[in-house]
Design a protein around this ligand. Structure first.
Ligand SMILES: [Zn+2]
Ligand SMILES: [Zn+2]
Ligand SMILES: [Zn+2]
Length: 519
């Protein structure tokens, strides 16, 4: 197999390395001291660059924190340890430390059957009846088509790898799990019930207690994206969806190219859809910055030539995403368990090839010459790698679960009366009657939190946290000035297992617990 070669990687090399140079990757010690003068000059240059990058990212976090009115935490940078989040006040056990709004996020494709959520904030929308009816309807469709499902995890990567590798047999057929179980252990509802749940003719008892915001369709008319409010619809449109919408408002060639890109992502790995959102987010930010500069709202050095002016605007537009990337996807993705280590090189090459194919499809749909470096394989690989590496699960609990628990908790005769209607529905839904919204997202502040095996905080959704924001809660008292840490892995695992899981994040843990337990 030939290594995919992306022409933009070489034509935009200087700009790409500027986009990809975080302060910590400058390898000063790698410079050869043979020419002392040159070395000191370079050293001076690099140091200045280092200081500039530090200041810029510190400034970025300061601005972000003040825009969100957070005064209880700070983000600090350190040349040795990178970024960290620190308490700017005392917290007690159980206190809310942070609610972090994602920059980009998306629901897993396979989860879209199970949960009907706002495409921007991931709140459940419609009604309890619509959630249930829609799920049963789509499950029915899926079962009758008996299509496979894609999962944005390493298991789907290895499935993909095995499928591409003609020599291997299809051994994992049938063991593949979708978000919702098969139809075997379920009792279908009488004809017409699913439809009346969906169109609002059938009201379930006590469902008013669990009212959800009504679904607002996408402004572009794609019929794919729905929102909890017009403000979410507008925010998503401005953030990325205006470039990714397949509705009537987009021109037919653009729409066709986008549909091809989406199809490929849904059949291979839906992380590409999130990567596309990150690219669109940057392009739209770039256009906004440029418009602001032209209107004179923002001061920017316009004395240079227009290329370097555009390049510095792109760098600024890219800054929010640049805070998260670390390594290329094909270099950092963990090798799936069922792939032999002798196949590792070939596996990584195929992953790279897959990303290249996806990128070419995306490029056909939304290419913008002024943002050309964003369409390089190098940048695409770093964006995907960022979602793979940071601990960025997006989870929102389903109100359907709360609803059935509520019915179960009723006293008779209410309970008996209600269950006459709800029991057949529960039977039709089967054991996994409620599934939470699942996806991946980039949280700008949570992703700065470092790991510890004895953390002082954790990601935890309280009853009132009903959208896709990340919620961080103190698990013991935290003093002002102390670093806030969370655990990226199950901290109750034995030492060796923790270190093995953390190796996927590219580091060996040296927290107090690990130092104590090290054999
Ligand atoms: Zn919303
Ligand atoms: Zn749309
Ligand atoms: Zn540790």
């Amino acid at each position: 197999m030939e290594e995919p070669i992306c022409p933009i990687d070489s034509s935009c090399q200087t700009q790409i390395s500027a986009l990809l140079s975080p302060p910590s990757t400058l390898q000063l010690q790698a410079l050869s001291p043979s020419n002392f003068q040159l070395t000191s000059l370079l050293f001076l240059f690099c140091s200045l660059h280092l200081i500039a990058s530090f200041c810029l990212s510190q400034e970025y976090y300061n601005t972000l924190l003040s825009a969100r009115h957070y005064s209880s935490i700070t983000v600090k940078q350190d040349a040795n340890f990178g970024k960290g989040v620190f308490a700017a006040m005392d917290f007690s056990d159980g206190d809310l430390v942070l609610r972090d709004q994602m920059l980009v996020g998306s629901q897993h494709s396979f989860n879209k059957i199970d949960c009907f959520v706002c495409s921007f904030c991931f709140r459940f929308i419609g009604s309890i009846e619509l959630q249930i009816g829609r799920r049963l309807y789509l499950q029915g469709l899926r079962d009758s088509e008996s299509h496979g499902c894609d999962v944005g995890s390493s298991s789907s990567l290895s499935k993909n790898f095995h499928e591409m590798d003609s020599s291997s047999e299809d051994e994992d057929q049938g063991t593949h799990q979708c978000g919702s179980g098969s139809s075997k252990d379920k009792n279908p509802l009488p004809e017409g019930v699913v439809e009346s749940l969906m169109n609002g003719q059938l009201n379930l008892p006590f469902s008013k207690e669990f009212s959800l915001p009504s679904a607002v369709p996408c402004l572009g008319g794609c019929g794919e994206a729905y929102y909890c409010s017009t403000s979410c619809a507008e925010a998503d449109w401005e953030s990325s969806h205006s470039l990714l919408c397949t509705g009537e408002r987009s021109d037919p060639a653009h729409r066709e190219a986008l549909l091809k890109f989406n199809k490929h992502a849904n059949e291979t790995n839906d992380i590409f859809i999130l990567a596309a959102k990150a690219i669109c987010f940057t392009i739209l930010r770039y256009r906004k910055l440029k418009a602001n500069c032209h209107e004179g709202k923002m001061k920017y050095d316009t004395s240079g030539d227009s290329n370097s002016y555009n390049a510095s605007l792109l760098l600024e537009a890219w800054r929010p995403i640049s805070m998260g990337h670390k390594r290329r996807w094909w270099d950092c993705v963990a090798l799936p368990d069922d792939i032999d280590s002798s196949d590792e090189d070939s596996f990584r090459m195929q992953i790279k090839e897959l990303a290249f194919k996806s990128l070419q499809l995306l490029k056909k749909a939304i290419f913008d010459k002024e943002c050309e470096p964003l369409f390089s394989l190098d940048i695409y690989g770093h964006i995907i790698g960022m979602f793979e590496q940071n601990n960025l699960d997006l989870v929102v609990a389903s109100p359907v679960e709360d609803y059935f628990l509520y019915i179960d908790d009723l006293k008779n005769p209410d309970k008996e009366e209600a269950e006459k209607i709800t029991q057949p529905i529960l039977d039709a839904l089967g054991e996994d009657y409620s599934v939470c919204c699942q996806g991946t997202a980039f949280f700008p502040l949570q992703s700065c939190m470092n790991h510890s095996c004895s953390p002082n905080a954790k990601a935890f959704k309280r009853d009132e946290d009903r959208d896709g924001q990340a919620t961080i809660i103190a698990v013991r008292p935290i003093r002002k000035g102390e670093e806030i840490t969370i655990s990226y892995v199950d901290e109750d695992l034995p030492f060796e297992e923790r270190q093995a899981s953390l190796a996927d994040y590219g580091f060996r843990c040296r927290c107090p617990k690990c130092i104590e337990e090290e054999p």
